[in-house]
Design a protein around this ligand. Structure first.
Ligand SMILES: [Zn+2]
Length: 577
């Protein structure tokens, strides 16, 4: 017989956790038909000798809700081997919505996810009100990856409760019934899940707390229960876990009373809270309550630079005079030694005068690093801006100033924000190795001027399998963590495994050369909006449904990705574990 495609002689890491083996992969009609020694012929034969062949990565924590409504390419995720994205996380999104509330949702997304209001106003068509209408607006649009959506609690609460919802008033039984009904209908129409936020880090662009922050158990469990009645759908949450046990108990109740799986963001802030969360996760799963921690393979990191939302000169009196200039002119002005002297003097004066300066992120030079190319995501604390400046006998801002001006003002500083309390990633290693965690938190499509973490899949394979000098992970386990494991977490059982019957979403990887580049700022969003993006080397080819979408980082024409409606069953012929 003749196949559409045969990928020949690669090192197959099939996504189940099974050991790597040399095998051919045959593909027909967008589906894998054979894995092993395939002696048939094919319309297209791809030589994969010396390459890893893995399932495409399933990134369950993205925020491309806006980007998917106006664009086709979910970059930077799709530059990092990702072939399926799940959006609508953390309680934020753009449906359901009443026309009068457009501004409110834009302010929420602008504040929580650092997506500029101008970009959203220009990009969003608002051709929907209900969540099913939002899905219809995305349906039949071609994408470079498959895309699944979740109902965001923030939008749902504003839709049902209006101003009372925004002010975080307690939901009445009628409010809860209305939210539960809409959530259930949205799941029935094909939303993959429901998401909520309980973190003080999430505020609107006006500084107001996110509407769902203090939602009570009756509201959360009430919505979850209604979703449970459909027999499908997953739950996702983010929380500060200020009281670990109480907060975990609330999430557990949502999962337990609905019978639906729940995943939440699991990070190291300070202390051992994350270890307690791992214990509670293990206990829940031992009791048959399916709960999963979404973990990151590196710090959740802030990127600071002259074009970014944050940088150390941001509030400096002398700098503010120049802040509105285009980058090139600003850099020219800042390069003048007299200008630098004025900026440093203004900083010294501000430090003497103001008590309010303590604890500001943009002054935390002991946690700030120069971001090289390729980036070092586990920087030695001895190389922090503060440590280097101390060795050179100058003010940290003096050094940071010079670093920011490098590369014509396009250089970046990096601040590990979460997962770096110990000055290393040993805690992350424990989280990654835990049986009840999967890769998550990349936040692709969000934090456009502050964070560029959609490259997590590349970091998991490079830092944790290849580069670290201790605590490395097994390659099959690392691949499993971001393929079949993530796919299962959200109910997409038709992908994430290289076996007959599964979708032919495939990566061909030159593992020795694999690496993420230094992030860069691009001005290619609606209204000329900017975003941090990050390319990679080593993804020789990425296939979605059997078609090559990217080759060596270059986009190819096919856009085989589509909206995925609802959970997908495992193939009848699948032999995956
Ligand atoms: Zn998020």
């Amino acid at each position: 017989m003749t196949h559409d495609t045969i990928i020949r002689g690669g090192t197959v890491v099939d996504g189940t956790g099974a050991p790597a083996r040399t095998a051919d992969v045959a593909i027909d009609g967008g589906v894998i038909t054979e894995v092993g020694r395939v002696s048939d012929r094919a319309a297209r034969v791809i030589d994969a000798d010396g390459l890893l062949v893995t399932p495409g990565f399933v990134d369950i924590h993205c925020h491309y809700d806006g980007q998917a409504s106006w664009g086709e390419r979910m970059i930077p995720s799709s530059w990092h081997g990702v072939t399926t994205v799940v959006v609508g996380n953390c309680g934020v999104g753009f449906a359901p919505v009443r026309p009068a509330d457009h501004e409110r949702l834009v302010e929420l997304m602008e504040g929580v996810e650092d997506i500029p209001g101008a970009v959203l106003h220009e990009g969003l068509t608002w051709s929907w009100q209900s969540f099913p209408e939002f899905m219809d607006a995305l349906d039949h649009r071609p994408y470079d990856v498959d895309l699944a959506v979740q109902v965001p609690h923030g939008a749902l609460r504003l839709h049902v409760m209006g101003e009372r919802g925004a002010r975080r008033e307690v939901a009445t039984p009628d409010d809860i019934a209305a939210m539960a009904r809409i959530a259930r209908e949205s799941i029935e129409a094909g939303a993959l899940g429901f998401s909520t936020s309980r973190t003080l880090n999430h505020r609107t662009s006006k500084g107001e707390l996110t509407p769902t922050l203090t939602a009570e158990a009756d509201e959360l469990v009430g919505i979850a229960r209604a979703i449970g009645e459909t027999g499908r759908g997953v739950l996702q949450g983010v929380s500060d876990f200020a009281d670990v046990d109480a907060e975990f108990a609330l999430f557990r109740r949502m999962a337990e009373e609905s019978g639906r799986p729940l995943s939440f963001s699991l990070v190291q802030v300070r202390g051992d809270t994350w270890r307690r969360q791992l214990q509670l996760l293990a206990a829940a799963n031992a009791d048959g309550v399916p709960m999963t921690g979404q973990v990151a393979p590196r710090p959740v990191g802030l990127i600071l630079g002259l074009e970014c939302t944050l940088h150390p000169l941001l509030t400096n009196r002398e700098y503010r005079e120049l802040a509105a200039l285009p980058l090139a002119e600003r850099v020219r002005a800042l390069a003048d030694p007299a200008c630098k002297a004025r900026v440093l003097a203004a900083d010294a004066a501000a430090r003497e005068g103001a008590a309010g300066r303590s604890g500001r992120i943009i002054d935390a030079f002991d946690r700030m690093y120069e971001l090289g190319d390729p980036p070092d995501y586990e920087p030695d604390p001895a190389s922090s801006i503060a440590a280097r400046a101390a060795r050179e006998g100058r003010e940290p801002l003096d050094l940071a100033y010079d670093l920011l001006l490098a590369d014509a003002g396009r250089a970046f500083l990096y601040m590990p924000f979460l997962n770096y309390a110990d000055g290393n990633l040993d805690a992350v290693g424990e989280m990654l190795a835990h049986p009840n965690t999967v890769l998550g938190l990349g936040d692709g499509g969000a934090h456009l001027g502050t964070i560029c973490d959609a490259s997590f899949p590349t970091t998991l394979l490079t830092l944790w399998v290849r580069d670290r000098d201790h605590g490395r992970l097994d390659l099959p386990l690392a691949v499993r963590r971001q393929t079949s494991a993530t796919a299962r977490t959200v109910g997409l059982l038709d992908r994430g495994v290289l076996a007959p019957g599964y979708r032919a979403d495939v990566n061909l990887i030159d593992f020795d050369r694999l690496g993420a580049h230094r992030p860069e700022m691009r001005h290619d969003l609606p209204a000329g909006g900017k975003r941090l993006v990050q390319g990679a080397t080593g993804y020789v080819a990425t296939m979605v449904a059997g078609q090559i979408t990217y080759e060596h980082g270059e986009a190819r024409d096919p856009l085989p990705g589509r909206l995925v409606r609802g959970p997908q069953p495992a193939p009848a012929t699948g032999g995956a574990r």
